[in-house]
Design a protein around this ligand. Structure first.
Ligand SMILES: *Cc1c(COP(=O)(O)O)cnc(C)c1O
Length: 395
């Protein structure tokens, strides 16, 4: 995490959560236990799914989701070039190939109009990201996926608590994955959660996160905890597996965060409202667009400079803010222009022009639960000054 006076993000952890974690530490049961199960039930409830499988990161959750769907070498997965790189890396991790679809300049999610044209004979899934928590088009992606009889994988790592027409993020895909890195809406330090209504997929993920062990019958623990080796099937390995388990320590933190999740959402909404009110009238700033029916739980607050501004100008605005001890960042550089992707797939500038124009002008502003009106004011003033300086240089 950054050490700026006003950081880009800051986890919000209460004494109750510290107490829950301490209790686990004192209990002696540090992995595979009741905390992970409780955390799973809480997140399943929020996402309105039947099943939830806790894992050690959002990235490994997405990897397991793709593997559970049988996606591998020779397969193509359609996804967005404008995202945190993990949403595309997981496709490479299972040996498949990402096929990018350009984004809509308003919502910043994949353009549903362009999606269908990218589906080909090798397409095995659509991996859609709720970019910056925006649930726009999730229903349309699901309809397109159903029409083509391919699964929708929902990377809802940035969208816990977001909804579309009342339906929660995590409930749109055949399988979805949340992430709990410290900058997300809730955190477990590191962690993730796979959600689905498909019991078979959930059980496959449970097995793979735990060394490919035989899946215990529902409601049973994955082991007896106290003496794992005595549990039936504990040393039966039915498939290639990993250790992607979430510890009880991390899960306890998640349980505490979920207990006050409504309060967390209200705080984030309040900070977003302050930014909207303060920056709405700025002639050179584009604020987040929320189409009808979209409720955002606010992963981050992203503003965009008008199209007259260059990437260098945007970069100088960000540098100017960080010089004033304000954490601001260029969320996100396009995935297809990352050196590794250019080399491997031959992508270059101009391939996904909307994603590129957007990503050259975005600025992530400090955003955290307990941000004060004074902090929002200072961030906004500094942003205005830095934009003003760029305007002066031009004239
Ligand atoms: C945070 C995030 C992930 C997962 O990140 P982890 O750090 O592995 O938990 C995946 N996709 C997107 C879009 C994310 O923002």
């Amino acid at each position: 995490m950054s050490s700026y006076e006003i950081p880009l993000s800051r986890p919000d952890i209460t004494d109750a959560e510290v107490e829950l974690v301490s209790k686990v530490l004192r209990s002696g049961r540090l992995s595979i236990g009741p905390m992970a199960e409780q955390f799973e039930r809480q997140v399943a409830h929020r996402a309105d799914t039947l099943e939830a499988v806790s894992v050690s990161s959002g990235t490994c959750g997405l990897q397991l989701a793709l593997q559970a769907l049988g996606i591998g070498p020779g397969d193509e997965v359609i996804t967005t070039p404008f995202s945190f790189i993990a949403s595309s890396n997981v496709i490479l991790m299972v040996g498949a190939r990402p096929v990018f679809v350009d984004i809509c300049p308003k919502t910043l999610n994949m353009d549903p109009e362009k999606l269908e044209g990218a589906i080909g004979p090798r397409t095995r899934a659509i991996l859609a990201v709720e970019t910056f928590g925006n649930t726009a088009y999730m229903d349309r992606y699901a309809a397109i996926a159903a029409r083509h009889e391919i699964p929708l994988v929902e990377d809802c790592c940035e969208a816990l608590g977001s909804t579309l027409n009342g339906r929660p993020a995590g409930s749109f895909g055949r399988i979805g994955v949340f992430g709990f890195y410290p900058n997300k809406q809730i955190t477990t330090g590191e962690g993730g959660m796979i959600v689905t209504n498909d019991r078979r997929l959930a059980d496959l993920c449970r097995s793979m996160r735990n060394q490919g062990r035989a899946i215990p019958r529902h409601g049973e623990n994955q082991s007896s905890g106290a003496s794992p080796s005595s549990a039936a099937g504990w040393l039966q390995h039915e498939r290639l597996g990993y250790n992607y388990r979430l510890s009880e320590i991390a899960a306890a933190l998640g349980v505490g965060q979920m207990r006050r999740f409504d309060d967390i959402l209200a705080k984030r909404r309040r900070v977003a409202e302050m930014y909207f009110e303060r920056l709405m009238a700025h002639p050179d700033l584009i604020l987040p667009t929320l189409p009808d029916g979209v409720q955002n739980s606010w992963f981050v607050f992203i503003v965009r400079l008008a199209s007259a501004y260059t990437r260098d100008e945007r970069d100088r605005v960000i540098a100017g803010m960080t010089r004033h001890d304000i954490g601001a960042r260029d969320y996100f550089p396009c995935i297809h222009l990352q050196p590794f992707y250019r080399e491997k797939f031959g992508f270059g500038p101009g391939d996904f022009p909307i994603a590129e124009t957007v990503s050259q002008r975005t600025i992530a502003l400090p955003f955290f639960n307990d941000m004060s009106p004074q902090q929002v004011e200072l961030v906004s003033q500094t942003l205005e000054v830095m934009i003003g300086r760029e305007n002066l240089k031009r004239s």
